[in-house]
Design a protein around this ligand. Structure first.
Ligand code: KIV
Ligand code: ZN
Length: 524
């Protein structure tokens, strides 16, 4: 095995976004794609174009704008999907990749597809040939590959490669594999398919984390001959998620001794920034003890460890936190900073903002600057997030007053402005009060009464965006408005009750304008 370069295929915007309540709008996806390009992933799987107009537009916009990585779109093995993906990827030109998925395992063949092995091979070959009429770079995934009979999998690999597939990906779709067995499967495919040895086709792996083994399985596969690893930032994805990009890339870097010098092109200093951005945009909070990017990943509680670190960092630290983006010093902005300083900082942070965006963010920056001494980069990023959620603001918060205490019934008075309808000059202002179990509950009940919605709060998280007692609080909520789907809302303020009301209102506005996911075609 001469080639020691591992291709990092990022599917945050496709498999990651499939996670309930993690859906992102076009601008959010574009910001993430720009960050993935700075992170230097090799392939960005930008979405599943046939699934909705929004997905099609996102793949197309990413294909048009992002330079550097290959841009990939997913298609089921049917003409309609492949044609839509080919069309969405057109602006990427030679950097476009169509990724076709078709299930191959016995259980999927019998119960899901009702098709025999030879029929699956015929369809796979037909699909790859059709995709080849759009792009040279075609990836084929035998879905549930890890549970497919190995001898059949060898036949599938040979057939799709003969039809023109340049990458064959072996998904552990249901997270069933364990490292030794998955590694042995990859080795067998590597040994029995000549094109994996002579570099004419790349063998790829795609692992889910149902048993907490996604990263371990991916690394075992690298050891066995895989040359592409599919992963997501923060490991977000269906159910328990996918292999985490930051863990795979840092394991390869840190344990290059064991992995025989395999490396990837990831710019590891962009890892933390990518993690924070994906967490914000997807509304999926990173657990404190998460490897590499969790708040505690480099925090040493014990005195013995602290003492050791002061004497020699490597005694207790296997990675330098700076290598993944921790510990950069920044000059915070203050309320005296002008619009130009804020605009420069936004650009420096990598955000692509219009004049109107900068204006709106600057207005919020001034409000916040009046309440807290320093405005840090993370505070600004939270304001950007609020700006680019791009939800038409059907309802906006005008006024909020809460009373609460241990001897008081928590009460909230809320005034909302309803945006003027097309052709109607006047917006409407409405006010009501609500009581609840606590001040947040009271505020949300009042909002529901005014907006005539009935939301069930399924998840609520509050995090301090930056340091200090006056830190900006960022609230993320996941709300079910009765149709079973989770709608994410985000809001930030120095006042956590106000941040909660803003987050809930953001979810209400999303709910009022979003296309229900249940009306979309089913995803693989
Ligand atoms: O998990 C899976 O099987 C997938 C395929 C589309 C590769 O996500
Ligand atoms: Zn998957």
């Amino acid at each position: 095995m001469k080639d020691k370069r591992i291709i990092i295929f990022d599917t945050t915007l496709r498999d990651g976004e499939q996670c309930p309540g993690a859906s992102m709008n076009l601008r959010e996806k574009l910001e993430v794609a720009r960050q993935l390009a700075r992170l230097k992933v090799d392939v960005i799987e930008a979405g599943f174009p046939v699934i909705s107009d929004g997905d099609f537009e996102a793949v197309q916009a990413i294909a048009r704008e992002i330079r550097g990585p290959v841009i990939c779109g997913l298609a089921r093995c049917v003409a309609r999907d492949i044609d839509a993906t080919g069309a969405a990827l057109k602006p990427a030109g030679k950097r476009g990749r169509i990724h076709i998925v078709l299930a191959t395992s016995k259980i999927h063949r019998e119960f899901k597809l009702g098709k025999a092995q030879d029929e699956i091979i015929r369809l796979a070959v037909e699909g790859v040939k059709r995709a080849k009429s759009y792009v040279k770079d075609v990836e084929f995934s035998p879905e549930d590959g890890s549970r497919t009979e190995p001898e059949f999998l060898v036949q599938v690999c040979k057939a799709v490669i003969a039809a023109g597939a340049t990458t064959v990906n072996i998904p552990d779709t249901v997270g069933w594999a364990v490292p030794e067995q998955y590694g042995a499967l990859i080795k067998r495919l590597h040994d029995e398919v000549p094109e994996f040895q002579n570099g004419k086709a790349v063998i790829s792996v795609h692992c889910h984390n149902d048993l907490g083994l996604a990263v371990a399985n991916s690394l075992a596969a690298v050891h066995a001959g895989a040359r592409q690893v599919e992963c997501t930032v923060n490991g977000i994805g269906e159910r328990a998620g996918n292999a985490a990009l930051e863990e795979v890339s840092m394991a390869l870097k840190t344990r290059g001794d064991f992995y025989g010098g395999f490396s990837c092109g990831i710019n590891t200093r962009e890892i933390l920034k990518s993690s924070r951005m994906v967490s914000r945009m997807s509304g999926l909070v990173v657990q404190r003890s998460k490897a590499i990017v969790g708040e505690n990943a480099f925090a040493h509680g014990s005195g013995i460890h602290q003492d050791g670190i002061l004497k020699k960092r490597e005694t207790y630290e296997i990675m330098d936190p700076k290598d993944v983006g921790w510990g950069g010093t920044e000059l915070p902005l203050t309320k005296h900073s002008g619009r130009a300083a804020v605009a420069w900082r936004l650009k420096h942070l990598g955000f692509k903002m219009t004049e109107a965006d900068v204006q709106a963010i600057f207005a919020r920056f001034k409000e916040i600057g009046d309440k807290k001494k320093f405005v840090y980069d993370d505070d600004l990023a939270a304001l950007v997030e609020g700006q680019i959620t791009e939800v038409p603001e059907t309802w906006s918060l005008e006024y909020l007053h809460v009373t609460s205490g241990n001897q008081t019934v928590p009460t909230a008075t809320v005034r909302l402005k309803k945006a003027a309808k097309k052709g109607k000059a006047e917006s409407e202002v409405v006010q009501d009060a609500g009581i609840g179990d606590g001040p947040v509950d009271a505020a949300l009940k009042a909002i529901d009464r005014l907006a005539k919605t009935k939301g069930h709060l399924m998840d609520y998280s509050l995090r301090a965006v930056s340091q200090g007692k006056d830190a900006l609080g960022e609230v993320t909520v996941k709300v079910n408005f009765g149709d079973g789907e989770l709608v994410t809302g985000k809001g930030a303020s120095t006042d956590v009750i106000e941040a909660s009301a803003r987050a809930y209102l953001n979810a209400v506005n999303r709910f009022l304008c979003e296309e229900p996911q249940s009306q979309r075609p089913s995803q693989p």
